[in-house]
Design a protein around this ligand. Structure first.
Ligand code: PGA
Length: 254
């Protein structure tokens, strides 16, 4: 595996945090802390923070993403936001299938696949999340489960479009719990995802794909996780809300 074939990506997932006024403050701090990153840097903010984030990040190395989108372009889907709406605003990335969406909002592998296809069609870059619950890890089915989630999420995605997809391995037991997967555990599952992509699209496509780890990644453990051969970045929740911590993680992705 050649890590040089892919660009690392550090993405912050703000989740349901920060009002627009608070977002303005944090984005200013991030802009001051992250001036010349050697990786792709994205902040995935609540829908209501997108205007301020887009305005303030224009012309900077920080890219802006949303945290979900619907699979239809428009219609009777009260409360939903379509990928076309995000694209028109200037949004570049979108997190899809986060375990919090799967657990609390009934997201399934099939709807994650529909959203992935719709996001790509609209010209967005999806960050597709996969990962196991603690019980599934203890049952010894992590590899099979994550391979299945990856396969279903990518159904119908062309090899060309795959270049715009990032997959984030997020073990559910490590999210927001302070329990990070060990660097070896993270790498092992990221390698399973890469092997699954290789099966579907061939080795070259798999070697070029950015695969992130997420789950309690922070300023202290980022360097070790990011040094793993199959870990090409991170999806960061809690630590993305502090500019000082997030910028240390960005620096660790050199
Ligand atoms: P965490 O969240 O870094 O707070 O564990 C990661 C995520 O849910 O994307």
């Amino acid at each position: 595996m050649n890590k040089n074939l892919r660009t690392p990506c550090i993405a912050g997932n703000w989740k349901m945090n920060k009002t627009p006024a608070e977002a303005a403050v944090l984005v200013d701090e991030l802009k001051a802390a992250i001036t010349a990153p050697e990786c792709n840097v994205v902040i995935c903010v609540p829908f209501t923070d997108l205007p301020v984030a887009l305005e303030k990040c224009a012309g900077t190395p920080i890219k802006v993403g949303a945290q979900n989108c619907h699979f239809e372009t428009s219609g009777a889907f009260t409360g939903e936001i379509s990928p076309v709406m995000l694209k028109e605003m200037g949004v570049e990335y979108v997190v899809l299938g986060h375990s919090e969406r799967r657990t609390y909002f009934g997201e399934t592998d099939v709807t994650v696949n529909k959203r992935t296809l719709a996001a790509l069609k609209a010209g967005l870059k999806p960050i597709v999340c996969v990962g196991e619950y603690l019980e599934q890890r203890e049952q010894g089915i992590t590899a099979e489960l994550v391979a299945m989630q990856t396969k279903i999420a990518l159904q119908g995605v062309t090899e060309q479009d795959l270049k715009n997809v990032i997959i984030a391995y997020e073990p559910v037991w490590a999210i927001g719990t302070g329990k990070t997967a060990t660097a070896e555990q993270a790498n092992e599952v990221c390698a399973v995802i890469r092997a699954t992509v290789a099966q579907l699209y061939g080795k070259a496509a798999a070697d070029g794909m950015t695969i992130q780890y997420g789950g309690s990644m922070n300023a202290k453990n980022a360097a070790e996780l990011l040094a793993q051969p199959d870990v090409d970045g991170g999806l960061i929740g809690g630590a993305s809300l502090k500019a000082a911590d997030f910028s240390v993680i960005v620096d660790a992705a050199k």
